[in-house]
Design a protein around this ligand. Sequence first.
Ligand SMILES: [Zn+2]
Length: 332
Amino acid sequence: MTASVWDAQDHDLELFERELSTFVPDRIFDAHAHLYAKAHFQAASPAIVAAGPDSVGLASYLQAMSELTPGRRYSGLFFGFPHAELDMDAANAFLAQEVRADNQSRAQMLIRPGMDPEFIRETVRREGFAGLKCYHVWATQQPTFDATVESFLPEEHVRVAHEEGLSITLHMVRARAMADPLNQQTIRTFAERYPNMRFILAHAARGFNPHHTIEGIGSLRGLRNVWCDTSAVTDGGAFEAIIDALGHDRLLYGSDFPVSHERGRCVAIGDSFLWLSEANTNFHVAYADLRPALVGLESLRVLKTACRTMRLSDSQVEDIFWGNAAELYGLS
Ligand SMILES: [Zn+2]
């Protein structure tokens, strides 16, 4: 892979200065970022991981974000990079060690179905994890892209989260995501039954096709233990729908680092979505010198548009980048 995947180039910085520098606050809590080491992957690591450094701890993260958004100070909610063939214990231990360096940052433990709930409780207490991160690649159902929430987030794990006051970042799957009645039912049931557990629905409630979030997010109206992060969403409409249905105080900025440092965009296509990248798209066109920007910048653009459309005040924008997470995690 080329260095252009990871490194901000002149046209990225120009985009940031032109469109984003007056929007993005100085202090940022990034509610969705991955820290990892290549050595923890037991098979070939994902392309974006393979293209970057061997060990991506807090310092690598801060360096990469300073290239994406110069001058901003970051803390965040971190977790490992979920992958079917991962040494999960090593990934969790690495994460806990890295995040300890910043008392305003938090870490979530990677979990998978079949893990003893008491093992999760003990590990969370010992390592100081603030939450849990589940993922469909470990679902008990195949194909995992069609998995129900329960098949990769068993209720006994949600109960531990409730008892320990933990957040759970949930990247739901199934074709229609938030518009899927089974997803809606399970999220609502778990949230109501376990009020001390806090759901963070990744990728604007997996609004990679924003129309799914627009259609379904109203089903979660009134739940006060559900948040959504903005990570890696680069098509318009989902953030507006979340702000409208749940309130601006339910939206958390997230970069999805290192996905933030890929080039391209994810766009709605019909009833699904497509990640446009140099690997699957010919960006050479006659009418322009087309230079794809980093995903993290594309996502910030869409967030800026949503905040303008919803007429959020500067302090409400700061809530999305810091205040909402500060309240959720008791930050100073
Ligand atoms: Zn992610």
